[in-house]
Structure formats: structure tokens, C-alpha cells
Design a protein around this ligand. Sequence first.
Ligand SMILES: NC(=O)c1ccc[n+]([C@@H]2O[C@H](COP(=O)([O-])OP(=O)(O)OC[C@H]3O[C@@H](n4cnc5c(N)ncnc54)[C@H](O)[C@@H]3O)[C@@H](O)[C@H]2O)c1
Ligand SMILES: O=C(O)C[C@H](O)C(=O)O
Ligand SMILES: [Mn+2]
Length: 543
Amino acid sequence: MMKTGYDLLNDPFLNKGTAFTIEERIENGLVGLLPPHVQTLEEQARQAYEHICRKDAGIEKRRFLMQLFDTNRTLFYKVFSEHVVEFMPIVYDPVIAENIEEYSELFVNPQNAVFLSVDEPSQIEESLRSGAEGKDIRLIVVSDAEEILGIGDWGTNGVDISVGKLMVYTAAAGINPEQVLPVILDCGTNRQSLLDNPLYLGNHQKRVTGHDYDVFLNTFVETAERLFPKLYLHFEDFGRDHAAALLQKYNKTYPVFNDDIQGTGIITLAGILGGLDISQEKLTDQVYMCFGAGTAGCGIAHRVYAEMVEQGLSPEEAKKRFYLVDKQGLLFDDTPNLTPEQREFTRKRDEFSNAHELTNLEAAVKAVNPTILVGTSTVPGAFTEGVVRHMAKTTKRPFIFPLSNPTKLAEAKAADLIEWTEGRGLIATGIPAEPVMYKGIMYYIGQANNALIYPGLGLGVMAAEAKLLTDEMISAAAHALGGIIDVTQPGAATLPPVDKLTEFSHTVAVAVAKEAVRTGQSDLSEEEALQNVDALKWVPEYK
Ligand SMILES: NC(=O)c1ccc[n+]([C@@H]2O[C@H](COP(=O)([O-])OP(=O)(O)OC[C@H]3O[C@@H](n4cnc5c(N)ncnc54)[C@H](O)[C@@H]3O)[C@@H](O)[C@H]2O)c1
Ligand SMILES: O=C(O)C[C@H](O)C(=O)O
Ligand SMILES: [Mn+2]
């Protein structure tokens, strides 16, 4: 049934607000319900942009943008797409982190997300059906919010990350907002301040783990896959104990993706490959150190390792080039409490005469002389001047990637890294960083954030209707970002700039779709898959 009157105005997917024409107003019971002057989408977008410009604080700008999102998706995406560089940090990381911390206090609208509770697995199907409203859902971003960015466990407040990641899918890769569903799995929270907060909108109980958690997750995955047969399922910000295990459990059956493990792995490898284009060195000569060997840290190490093997090293030779540092210091075979992912890259104590002293990053860096240092530790300022100057002394072009988000948790600031390495550092950061002027050269800083890769990757998987997301497709995505930057320019960035996000998302999608077809993960011809890359793209305009 066609919606009319306020039902129409209150449906963000159908609403055009003041852009409803006189004829549409007459036909749809809108006469007298809108101010008389009819605007174009372009006029609405300009007006909205000027409104946002009046606001200073990021969180205020975000609130206004979310009002647009809540009332008129087309207008929201028109404004967002026209100002991607400016609004990415507002809609997404880092400002999204502020919003998550205050989600319950600031709540006005559930934003078409689906809220599932660990106590009510029997309601999963009904909830997903209601959220989908009969639409052809192709993409779900789901989180249990145990490890949101680097800010930890935020329970139901973490729904913002599912909504926010999907906004980037649409702005970057044109994924139709009517074919996506943000989902939050409320499994409780271990954050006492939320449990004590009467305004907290999630379940006021400690996290459920073990059998009940597994059953809940499995019911969710199986139900979603049954209801939406062409689903691409994106996992986001699960805790270290569950993220890799869930990926392993489902990635041989369904096209599933863990952004923190795989997305971050791809974008970081792409940044390293970009840096190697600049330094004209070989990956297989590098010595890799991970600081913060959790979900993202081990995911990235695995991806770089797989690339070394692809480039000709034996698995044993490649492993010798990896060192993980976590809370315990450098990780050895006999370090207590290792995760299965850490075990892949532990070292032997007898490799070092002072193994017992390697309990912190600086000691480990001095013992190993890494050429690549990637931070996913959530420890602000961990890449100290001492650590960085040591790398600059022992390595001609040190790779230093402080990737922890949001801004307040980054292991270092780009400007310090350029100065401490005297401009020789090959840098990428998790959050956007301004270019740095140093001794007459402008250094552009690559943003190694998975947002630069997951939209294109997802579009490629969906276009090919791939059965699974495989290592080959992931590798194709990492290689697709090469050649976009002119690496001969002094101060060139290690990764392409966000203002080219839509273009390179397309490039990534094409590479991934082709690889899916080539490796038999798609039943489509290459031509059909590539046609789908274009056909799936939604543009913000009124129908
Ligand atoms: N740039 C990106 O695209 C991107 C993607 C994913 C995650 N991240 C960031 O990486 C960080 C980690 O995220 P995660 O999902 O991997 O979390 P996680 O909890 O799985 O991993 C964090 C790891 O850091 C370790 N750690 C904590 N304190 C430490 C200390 N003092 N010294 C050494 N190690 C320490 C933890 O033990 C854990 O192993 C977050 O800040 C997140 O925002 C960035
Ligand atoms: O959300 C981001 O900005 C990247 C990443 O997924 C993270 O968890 O930090
Ligand atoms: Mn994440």
C-alpha cells in the first residue's frame, strides 16, 4: 500500500520533505502539510550544509546530520557524499565515539536498527523481519559492542557503530540504504557505569558468555542467512575472545567478513605496499613488529605474513620476520595467556640474551630493530620519541603506523613521527591527520582505517554474489589500491586520500568481483559481476 500524508513524511526512505512537487503533494495527501515553496534536492542540500556550518562542535554537527538521516535518507546521503572528507570524521570515527559514550542520554530515534537481546533468542526472526520491512536485505553490520574502537565495552550504545559503518558503505560504495540492516546484539555489558546508569537503554546485566552466547550468536547468524539468502554479513567490534573464533566458525559456510581483522589487515597491508613503492624496498626484507596483539593487531600481522608468503618466502622464513608485543611485553612461546592468534607469531626465548627484560615496547624495539611498527594497542603516546628515534637510527625508511582509534588513543601523532624520523618515516594513522610541513616539504599522511577498504570490498562481494569471502579476494582488495598515488612526489602519502574514496571503492569492488569469478566463488560471468558493480550503486536522488 502506498504511504500518504504523515506516514509518507515519517518514512525516511520515501520522504522528500520540501522537495515534494505540487503534483506529488496533491496525489499523496500532503496538501497543507509542508511549507508552500518547493525546493530541489540541491537546494535542500545547500541549505542543510549551511546549517551545519553554523555549528562548531563535531558532536553538534553530527546531531544535525543524524536528524537528516532520521527524516530523509536521500538528503542525508546527498549532503554526506558531497562533503565526504569533511563529514567522515563527524558521521564516523572519531566523533562517533563521543556519541556512543552518550548514546543513551542523547537517544531520539532507533534509526532503523534491529536490537536483539541475548535473553530473547526466540525473538530474533520476528525482529529481523520487522526491521527489514519486506526489503531485499543484502548487507548486515552486526556488533556485540564488547570492543568498540579502542573505547571498550558499550553494550547497546554500540548500535551506533553498526549504523555508522553502513553510512560509510553507502557514501563510499553506493550500497543502497534500503538493502542494509544495522544490528546490535545486546549480550549485557561489563561496564559498571552503564549498569549503574538509570538512563542506559541496554540490558542492565553483566555480559553473558559461554553456551548461551554461542547459541544466541548461532541463532542470529542462521536466521539472518535463512531470511536473506544473498546476505553479506559484516562483524564489527566484537571482543578479542570472540572475533576471530566467530569468523573461523562461519567463513567456510557464508560470505562473512570481520572488519577489525580483515578490513584492517587489508588497509594496513595496502599502506605498507604503498610505502614500499615510495621507498623502493621489498616487503620480504622487512622486520614487522605489532604493538597490541589483539583482534586488529593479529589480523594485520596475518595479512602481512600471507603477503610475504605470496611474495615467495616459505612460511618458516616469513614467520621469522614477525614480533608481537602485548601487555606482557614481547610474546614468547611460554608467555602465559596467549590467544590462538598470538600463538602463530610467538618467538623463542633463547633467541635473546636478555629475553626477561623485553617486557615493554622500547626494550623490544631495541632488541629487534623492526622496520615496521604497527600500533593497535589503545595505549596513547606509546610510540615515544625514544622508540621512534631508535627506529629512525636503525632503519632508512621506518614504517610507523599508530592505528588505535579514536584520536585520544593513538600511539603517536603524525607530526611528531615526521619530526622524530626527520621526514624519513612512512606514516599512516587510524584517524585523519593533517599534512605536516617539515623542512620545506609537505608530508601527506595516509589514513589506514578500514573504512577506506570495506565498502569497496563489500560491493565486490555483493556484485559477484560470492559464496564465500576468501583470502584470494582479500589479497586482491589490498593490491587494488596500488598505483593511485604518484609516489615520486616528495612527501607522498602511503595510501590514497579520502577525497578519492568513491573512485577507489569502485576499483576495489571490480578487483574483488573479478577475483571471486576467477576463483570459482561466483556463478556469474565476469561480465555479469562487473555489470552488478554498477547496477548495485545507488545514488542519492529523488525517485
Ligand atoms: N585503523 C583501523 O582501521 C583500526 C581497525 C581496528 C581496530 N583499530 C584500533 O585498534 C585498537 C585495538 O582494537 P582491537 O579491536 O584489536 O582490540 P583488542 O582488545 O582485540 O586488542 C587490543 C590489544 O592491545 C593490548 N594492549 C592493551 N594494553 C596494552 C599495553 N599497555 N601494552 C601492550 N598491549 C596492550 C590488549 O591486550 C589487546 O591484545 C583500537 O584502538 C581500535 O580502534 C583500528
Ligand atoms: O571504526 C574505525 O574507525 C576503525 C576500526 O574498525 C576500529 O575499530 O577502530
Ligand atoms: Mn572496528
